[in-house]
Design a protein around this ligand. Structure first.
Ligand code: ADP
Ligand code: ZN
Length: 530
């Protein structure tokens, strides 16, 4: 073992001021940092932009040896290390982007005690060579960044993270600090178990980001809606647009560019060079709109992102919160805008059904989707709902769409009963299942070819919903699906079936307050006016 070098910074505050040039700590940073300097383990939960990095960087500067940072973000290590070196911190990384010669140089520096921080990807750390290397030098602490990657619950699950169990066994005396912006109970429990943090204090910052205004709109013509939103509220400003698929990303970026907005695509299907170039332009230039899949954003730190828009429904509230958290890190007003519609529900349910993997995994995904849908359909404060999901309670925020323009919730029990009855009658009396479009025709008493062909005008539910427009019925159908009162078939035809939960509604045991739907009372039908 090399002799312990005297620490270059006597205490945390010195390091904060001299190295990073900041005056004071934020939130719980100081408590966390002092706890780790004292040799303690910790779990740190802070929203994106909350200042997690200093929580391990400063202890690594004050404690003897190098802080070993485990991070899944290989693409960002170079930038992180460059930024630290700029501040005079002796930082380096080990990952697959290096030549063997470069790696050997870093290894030698570590063994000689010439590093303050060493960034490693988990798969690299777990190699025998790297484990031996760590045994041969002095480790100030282990920082496990993006620690939610250990959890199967999360959207970023990485199997290599689970092997980090060995840290506690192999180096019981080295402090472990796990950091994440993902804070649900289930994720937290998994992190604690995997990293043996049962006895460690948990530092949980408020997840509220009051400067972000949450808004969820009904999807009609999403590209046009997006363009209107950007033009009206964020012309010339920097933002991120998330879409679910590569092709949606490409098409949307192209559409925005044609409409005069400086948009760039980003997804895993682009070659590494293009991705790096687009990311660099996004960081450097003003007013770039990045249209991306969720492959973009983890670890990207740009303070003046003025909006994050989702044109497809995110798969979970955790993902959504993390993605929207990239807006307004500078504390100035920013928007989180999401367009959501019936097709999103149908498509995502189907994707989960079609996905491989065990039943437990599918159930988890369904539950995550249900929470996301509940957030979309809520008639109360969105932020309250969001924070409740992370176990924190607040008063209505006054800065989300439902606070600013409370939706006129209405008692939709009877309407939903009619919809469910139609599904029930078709199945019981005819042994048939149909998709939403045809059901709505039946409810509205439309004599379409299909209605005639099947004789559906003789069903008792034919025409019982003619008081509502087709658009209104689509809104009701969407909410019934979101509430789990109907399911979409597995075969891919989009036919609808009842669920366990439908029964209570059909029996009149449950009242349903729904979000407003388009034009509740259309103009009177022609027969009545003539
Ligand atoms: P996180 O990793 O939690 O997303 P970062 O560690 O990247 O957040 O910090 C977000 C931003 O806040 C960075 O630009 C960082 O330099 C800045 N920051 C962190 N702590 C402080 C502080 N005590 N004073 C001023 N700025 C800070
Ligand atoms: Zn609110």
């Amino acid at each position: 073992r090399p002799p312990a070098e005297p620490p270059r910074h006597a205490n945390a505050l010195d390091a904060l001021r001299e190295v990073f040039g900041y005056e004071s700590f934020r939130g719980e940073q100081q408590a966390i940092i002092e706890h780790i300097i004292g040799g303690g383990d910790a779990l740190v939960l802070m929203p994106t932009g909350g200042g997690k990095s200093l929580c391990y960087q400063i202890p690594a500067l004050v404690r003897p040896g190098a802080g070993v940072v485990i991070s899944p973000l290989i693409a960002l290590m170079q930038d992180q290390v460059d930024a630290l070196q700029e501040l005079g911190v002796r930082a380096a990384f080990l990952n697959s982007s290096q030549t063997p010669g470069q790696a050997r140089e870093v290894e030698r520096a570590f063994v000689r005690g010439e590093l303050d921080l060493l960034y490693v990807a988990p798969e690299r750390l777990l190699t025998p060579r790297c484990l031996d290397l760590l045994d041969g030098g002095r480790i100030a602490l282990f920082a496990i960044d993006e620690a939610h990657c250990v959890s199967q619950w999360g959207h970023d699950f990485r199997p290599e993270y689970q092997a980090l169990k060995l840290l506690a066994e192999r180096w019981p005396g080295v402090p472990r600090v796990a950091l994440t912006a993902t804070a649900t109970d289930a994720t937290r429990t998994d992190i604690v178990a995997c990293l043996s943090l049962d006895a460690a204090p948990q530092f949980i910052a408020s997840f509220d980001r009051p400067n972000i205004r949450y808004r969820i709109v009904e999807k009609h013509e999403v590209r046009r809606q997006l363009l209107d939103f950007i033009r009206a509220e964020h012309a010339g400003e920097c933002g991120i647009v998330y879409a679910l698929s590569r092709s949606r990303v490409e098409q949307t970026a192209e559409f925005l560019s044609r409409s005069g907005i400086a948009a760039l695509p980003y997804h895993a299907g682009l070659d590494a060079r293009t991705r790096a170039e687009h990311q660099a332009r996004f960081l450097r230039e003003d007013g770039i709109v990045m249209v991306a899949t969720i492959a973009f954003g983890m670890g990207v730190n740009k303070p003046d992102v003025r909006f994050v828009a989702h044109i497809d429904l995110p798969k979970s509230v955790e993902g959504y919160y993390q993605e929207t958290g990239r807006a307004g890190r500078d504390g100035l007003p920013a928007d989180a805008w999401l367009a959501y519609g019936l097709q999103d529900v149908v498509q995502q349910r189907r994707m989960i059904d079609d996905s491989e993997g065990d039943a437990l995994h599918q159930r988890r995904q369904m539950r995550q989707l249900d929470a996301m849908l509940a957030l979309c359909e809520t008639v109360t404060c969105r932020r309250q709902d969001l924070l409740a999901y992370f176990g924190q309670s607040i008063e209505p925020c006054g800065n989300c769409d439902t606070c600013l323009e409370p939706p006129a919730a209405w008692d939709g029990t009877v309407a939903v009963q009619k919809l469910l009855s139609a599904v029930y009658r078709l199945w019981r009396e005819r042994g048939q299942r149909f998709g939403g479009g045809h059901l709505i025709d039946i409810l509205r008493g439309q004599m379409t070819d299909r209605v005639k062909q099947h004789g559906h005008d003789t069903l008792s539910v034919f025409g019982v919903g003619e008081n509502l427009s087709a658009d209104a019925w689509r809104g009701i159908l969407r909410q019934a699906l979101a509430l789990g009162l109907l399911t979409v078939d597995l075969e891919g035809y989009g036919t609808l079936a009842l669920t366990e939960a439908s029964r209570a509604v059909l029996k009149g045991e449950r009242t349903l307050m729904l979000r407003p739907v388009a034009a509740k009372r259309p103009k009177a039908s022609r027969q009545r006016t003539t």
